[in-house]
Write a protein that binds this ligand. Structure first.
Ligand code: TRP
Length: 327
């Protein structure tokens, strides 16, 4: 069976952008692939090292987000990055042959650095794509469901694998990225990126009232001021959400908007309904897991224990390929 490795940083709860970009694919593919989900707490420290205590809560929030969208703990494994020290070891080995210039030019590193206002990058932040390559390769993953911002990291991983395989021994798997069905969802304010720090996200854990209110205030086509003005759905944030969460009606909405046959208020109501239909069963499951934190912890603990076995197995091969082993 081929393998999936994917995951998230525990810097906050997951939102509908994560759902459309990656979670939906994980849930769908977990029956076809052996699925490993990493809670990347070490990677979260690259931006949140001043408040490491936030990891404690968020690690389990992310676990619950994954479980409530339909990750089945009986077939998929959820694990914590820092509890697999082999990942740190592999990161160090890879870092010997990754050029710092390549990292400095990584578009995602650049845009995140701008977002956080960094001008002097820490070693850990600049190097996190190398650590991500270790996440993906220690378990020889074939496929990485992810958002398009992760593509530069997957590309780097592929380069690292090829380099490793030619330098030492061909034992690592070249992974492929798998993007979500719809293009990246913008924030409700129209910002190209939806994010916690930007305050423009709809969370999987939001109540239906919160979702309704957020959509009510979401940005539309700003050229459309009056009901009789014709809209341009391609310039409208709300329409991007229709495509992702209301695909059956989205063509119709597009036509109606273009000829001013539907107003923004009605269009938004229609979207809220569609999103709540998707989110309701997720909310139900979340409630169950939130009421049984012991079970959530048990799932993550056993997942991590099992993953560690794979990690040590691969590291043995890697150390041997590199002739590291002295006694
Ligand atoms: N960089 C990813 C994010 O910001 C999180 C992540 C860490 C990841 N390791 C990974 C994603 C491995 C896919 C595969 O969301």
């Amino acid at each position: 069976m081929k393998r999936i490795l994917t995951g998230d940083r525990p810097t906050g709860r997951l939102h509908v952008g994560h759902y459309a970009g990656s979670l939906q694919n994980r849930v769908r593919l977990q029956h076809e692939y052996e699925t490993f989900i990493i809670i990347a707490d070490v990677q979260a420290l690259t931006t949140h090292f001043e408040k490491p205590e936030m990891l404690l809560k968020n690690v389990f929030e992310i676990a619950i987000d994954n479980l409530s969208v339909g990750i089945d703990p009986n077939i998929s494994k959820i694990f914590i990055q820092s509890m697999i020290p082999q990942i740190a070891e592999l990161t160090i080995f890879y870092s010997m042959f990754v050029s710092t210039n390549v990292l400095k030019h990584n578009p995602t590193i650049k845009s995140e650095a701008a977002q956080y206002g960094y001008n002097d990058l820490t070693y850990g932040f600049l190097g996190y794509p190398v650590s991500q390559a270790a996440d993906i390769t220690f378990c020889k993953a074939d496929l990485v469901p992810c958002g398009d911002d992760q593509l530069p990291h997957i590309e780097l991983t592929r380069k690292i694998v090829r380099r490793f395989n030619s330098l030492y021994k061909p034992i690592l798997t070249v992974p492929e990225a798998l993007l979500g069905n719809s293009p990246r969802l913008p924030g409700i304010d129209g910002n190209a990126k939806m994010g916690k720090s930007l305050g423009n996200a709809i969370y999987l854990s939001d109540s239906s009232e919160e979702v309704n209110l957020k959509i009510k205030n979401a940005k539309t086509d700003t050229n459309r001021i009056l009901l009789k003005d014709k809209g341009n759905p391609n310039l409208c944030t709300v329409f991007q959400y229709h495509k992702a969460f209301n695909s059956l009606e989205s063509d119709n909405i597009m036509e109606m908007c273009k000829k001013a046959g539907i107003g923004c208020v009605a269009c938004k109501k229609c979207l809220s309904n569609a999103m709540n239909i998707v989110l309701d069963p997720i909310r139900e499951k979340r409630k169950e897991y939130e009421g049984n934190m012991d079970l959530v912890k048990e799932i993550v603990f056993t997942g991590t224990e099992e993953i560690r076995k794979h990690a040590e197995e691969t590291m043995r091969e890697i150390r041997s390929a590199m002739s590291i082993g002295y006694f």
